[in-house]
Design a binder for this molecule. Sequence first.
Ligand code: ZN
Length: 718
Amino acid sequence: MGSARSAENPLEREGQLPAFDRIRPEHVVPAVRSRLRELGHELERVEAAVDVSWSGLVEPLEGLGDRLHSVWGTVGHLMGVKNSDALRAAHDEVQAEVVSFSLRVAQSRVIYDGLRALREGAEWKALGSAKQRIIENLLRDARHAGVGLDGAERDRFNEIQHELAELGTRFSNHVLDATKAFALDLSQAGDVEGLPASLLELASQTANEALSNPLEGRSEASPDRVSEPGDARSGPWRITLDTPSFVPFMQHSTRRDLREKLYRAHVTRASTGELDNAPIIERLLLLRRELAQLLEYDEFASLSLASKMAPDVAAVESLLEELRTASFEAARRDLSELQEFAQAEGLAGSLALWDIAFWSERLREERFAYSEESLRPYFPLPVVLAGLFALSRRLFGVEITAADGEVPVWHEDVRFFRVKDEDGRPRAAFFLDPYSRPAEKRGGAWMDECVGRSTLLAAEPVLNSDLNSDGVRLPVAYLVCNQAPPVDGKPSLMTLAEVTTLFHEFGHGLQHMLTRVDLGLASGIRNIEWDAVELPSQFMENWLYHRSTLQSVSSHVDTGEPLPDSTFDKVEAARSYRAGSDMLRQLYFSFTDLELHGRYQPGGGEDAFRVQRRIAERTTVLPPLDDDRFLCSFSHIFAGGYAAGYYSYKWAEVLSADAFAAFEEAGLDDEAALVETGRRFRDTVLALGGSQAPMEVFRAFRGREPSTEALLRHSGLL
Ligand code: ZN
């Protein structure tokens, strides 16, 4: 297949893990173009043959996707963990070509008609439910990509898609520009009272950078800005609407007037002048509705839900309403408790919106008396990993062993591990890239596929010897975190939040790695609905609120002592602190999103902000300001993938909490029951991937449909 020339490009190497030690940015453009050429010919062959069978249609699609992923997926991975100007330029040069190719596959009428014929034909019944589900979902995705439209409707559909993409980009650029355009410049010691040292550092650095760059030095909020650079102790300081600046300022500044100024700026971002997102919101909602109607759905929310686990809008609303009823009174109590506390501490009058974060933090400090920072010495990374692997052995019967140096990695801190069954048979492998590297690595944490489980693709050249087993290609995952790197010769010491993140990503990894599905298009996390995919990840987080598990992943870096019981008690108590308020806030966003993409008629009598205020009456205990325009910066639903899908956070949390409750019911300290329940979780949720509908998978594990009881109980809302 490969010519002598392409064999020299390490990015085009097939059948093995990526050659991270040799891939360079200059390999990207030639590798992607040559792969796209090959795949284009392959697609033409499939379309010309019109072989209406599983092996004639679906298998070639799996092969196409996999061969594209082995090049483009590797490039995407490197964009996240080893970014550089050269890599970005190479990526941007070929991105549009990759998108066009993917659209060509998605909109292939020949393949679509072939799949439909397969569905109507004699072979259908014999395919079995997993293959049927794959085909049904391929047909659905093709329909949603507009494959069934002809002539003027097809043109209109493509026109809308292009305008939507452009509007989404403009929306997020406006939010970015509006965020940048605001600054609160402070120069007096009294202006920064209460701020933690880390925020003063950041604010001083931001001020100094602005002073050295006159174009960025413009400040609308504080025209009397000073003009000499300084340090964190003496100022000047610049506070911005960026989260790392905005949030700690609202939590810690004792200056109520400045908090108000910042709060008002935050909730009116991108709502005036050239950066006004209000017209974009109306246009987006109108076009999404039209798009849905071209595809024969009543409104966009129904189109969005057609590819999710939730059956319909009514089912989502009924779940959200159940949670709202449970959290509303608790949120009201949170507010009155906070009001009393603040008054006792000297606040005159009622709490305003810009007081909530500040007084919540004061009350938290008084009640729980521990800080995230103080827990770090108890969680050295090697101890946490050993504890996590021991838990995986007990629950799921897998052995995880370090295999550093056996395969190429992209950075010296990256680790490689192998996963084996109890009988020693290889099952999977994963890379772990734990530390923050701001110069080249994207923030946040994620799990991604390096290689997926598949029998079809096991026929490819042997994958690093023992990553092929009994005729199956075994899965390999990337686990990427951004925790504090080791300093002063000590291992990386983690906050509880960092431990939680590692458990979360490991949960995604388990679903990718422990799958038993051999069909590549439904193994691991493939073919799983968006609102169900966070089940195993959030499930794993629950273990950190189990005393002996948390203690088993802790060992003080100097003394070797596990986390003290008294500290665990505080951590556990803090879990439900203001849980009603937090839940209500997520429900406010979820209901607003659904209403705007559902019942709302763009261009009718009511505008989107009126809808927001109407929803707020039932979902907030302190009403938003009259000129609140938070929708203008709600990028999740207007510029991200969460349109009519914001509810997914809560939906998956219900599933994961209820799954964990099965372990609680069996007895968290009853070893035999734990092992039995763990194996059942492994053989259903972790094994079945996207081969069955997520509700069937859940029922296979739980024996019934999900209930909100566990989530409410864990949040202290029962
Ligand atoms: Zn996740």
